[in-house]
Design a protein around this ligand. Structure first.
Ligand code: NAD
Length: 461
């Protein structure tokens, strides 16, 4: 299948369009690699050494991996360098270092019996990932799965496969036994569906849209009841009170929180809720930031927001704006395709005000550089607006009032609440959503739980 670069619409290369047969062969190979113990049967220190070597190799090839990924998916290089190979290496290293610190349990049984609780690798993992941060999100799945002793069949997104293919190649060079990690490229409805429907896959980990997440749950129900962990979209509220410690910083960080990577970030703060007394001034400052943002060639280090991943995604983003405009909403800035002469897919950072909570642009994830701004008068109203969608991935909160911050952390329906910042959490904390943002968590030691089964041995003494 042709690989189009969102930078200029040119054909970068062609890649294999995996068939159902290719997927079946890859899954069967991944199954064999688990069942014969070539990976789970190694000493933990051996698995650890291989994974650490892999992480070092990713670091050593960081620039090439980042550039390859940027040409494929359009993320600005500054962000890609940090969030892609840098994050992937750090993730694999984190789980490699943790894997020989996982202990089972001896249960407090009555005399005469010994209860042992083993933690055993679940088996074959199917990992299906999206295009926005292929290496980072890929590593969030691969790191804990491989460290736990599972084998993995990985399906990258159609429009962001190249850097993951190279990441896997580096894994092989680092010493991952053949078959432990298989990558199958191709269409979601073919390759992804084959993985989801397979009886040889024990657990499915997914990041992507809710529509696909639903299909995966159905496929699990209709096949072998494999466990399914979904990291889905968001419509994350970013709430600014008049007592924010530094309003200029709140503006700057909020702008970055929605416009970096052209809004193609699952936790993007796409709904700003601003206390009415500062609303107008805040919108003015945000507009100045949005208009000053350097949007363009993602390979230029000065670029702050790169390309939209595909022409289809750009059209989807613009359709949201057309609908808002037709409903009489105020497009404060942006709302248009820009740099069309490059042949690439770029969109101006966009602010929309005067919206109703029921508007599609408030309820549905755009996944583009588009933020709505709503005013609120009370804490109660802010919470009602913030919790007023079906999603629950992330939230932001800007206030100097410690009591209010804790009260609201408790009441906001979100997997992560950022206080006086937005984004940037490190590997030590989990990331996952509630409601239609999914279940299960990436990152932190909790991610191991998806890949380790509890197995009891009950021994009569
Ligand atoms: P998508 O669901 O269309 O695709 C994601 C992956 O699923 C791709 O690899 C795709 O090929 C595959 N897929 C598509 N149809 C499939 C099917 N029928 N069966 C099996 N696999 C299939 O999503 P996308 O457009 O690539 O990604 C954007 C979405 O991902 C957004 O909604 C975004 O919020 C979400 N996302 C969530 C997180 C998170 O951590 N929660 C992170 C990044 C992105």
């Amino acid at each position: 299948m042709p690989v189009l670069s969102p930078i200029d619409g040119s054909c970068l290369t062609v890649m294999a369009r995996g068939t159902a047969q290719d997927s079946a062969r890859a899954i069967a190979g991944t199954r064999r690699a688990f069942d014969d113990g070539r990976w789970s049967g190694l000493a933990p220190s051996q698995r650890k050494a291989i994974l650490l070597t892999w992480a070092d190799m990713i670091d050593a090839h960081a620039l090439e991996l980042a550039v390859l990924g940027v040409r494929d998916n359009g993320t600005e290089i500054g962000m890609a360098l940090k969030a892609e190979p840098g994050s992937a290496a750090a993730t694999i290293r984190y789980y490699a270092e943790a894997l020989d610190k996982i202990y089972g349990e001896i249960a407090p049984t009555a005399p005469g019996a010994l209860g042992l609780v083993h933690k055993a690798p679940v088996g074959v993992v199917g990992a299906i990932v999206p295009w926005n941060f292929p290496l980072m999100i890929g590593a969030w799945k691969l790191g804990p799965a491989l460290a736990a002793g599972c084998t993995v069949v990985l399906k990258p997104a159609e429009t962001a496969s190249l850097s993951l293919l190279w990441l896997a190649e580096l894994g092989l060079q680092a010493g991952l036994p053949p078959g432990v990690l298989n990558v199958v490229c191709g269409e979601g409805a073919v390759v992804g569906a084959a993985i989801a429907e397979s009886r040889d896959v024990d657990v499915l980990v997914f990041t992507g849209s809710g529509a696909t997440g639903r299909r995966l749950l159905q496929a699990s129900a209709q096949s072998n009841l494999k466990r399914v962990y979904l990291e889905l979209g968001g419509k994350s509220p970013n709430i600014v009170f008049a007592d924010a410690p530094d309003l200029d910083e709140a503006v700057a960080v909020s702008a970055a929180g929605i416009f970096r990577n052209s809004g193609q970030v699952c936790i993007a703060g796409s709904r700003l809720l601003v206390e009415r007394s500062i609303h107008d001034a805040f919108v003015e400052k945000l507009k100045a930031r949005a208009e000053a943002m350097v949007v363009g060639d993602p390979l230029d280090p000065a670029t702050q927001a790169g390309a939209i991943n595909s022409e289809q995604q750009l059209a989807r983003n613009l359709a949201f704006i057309d609908e808002a405009r037709a409903a009489g909403r105020d497009i404060v800035c942006g709302g248009t395709r820009i740099l069309a002469e490059t042949g690439g897919y770029y969109m101006a950072p966009t602010i929309v005000t005067g919206v109703a909570q029921s508007d599609r642009i408030v309820q549905d994830e755009v996944f583009g550089p588009v933020v709505t701004v709503q005013a609120f008068d009370t804490e109660e109203e802010a919470i009602a607006l913030a919790n007023g969608t079906e999603f629950g991935l992330a939230a932001g909160l800007w206030t100097s009032n410690l009591s209010r911050a804790h009260r609201m952390i408790g009441r906001l329906r979100a997997g992560v609440v950022h206080v006086n910042t937005y984004g940037g959490a490190d590997m030590t904390v989990p990331l996952g959503g509630v409601g239609q943002s999914g279940n299960g968590h990436d990152k932190s030691l909790h991610a191991f739980d998806k890949f380790l089964d509890l197995k009891t041995a009950w021994i009569k003494l």
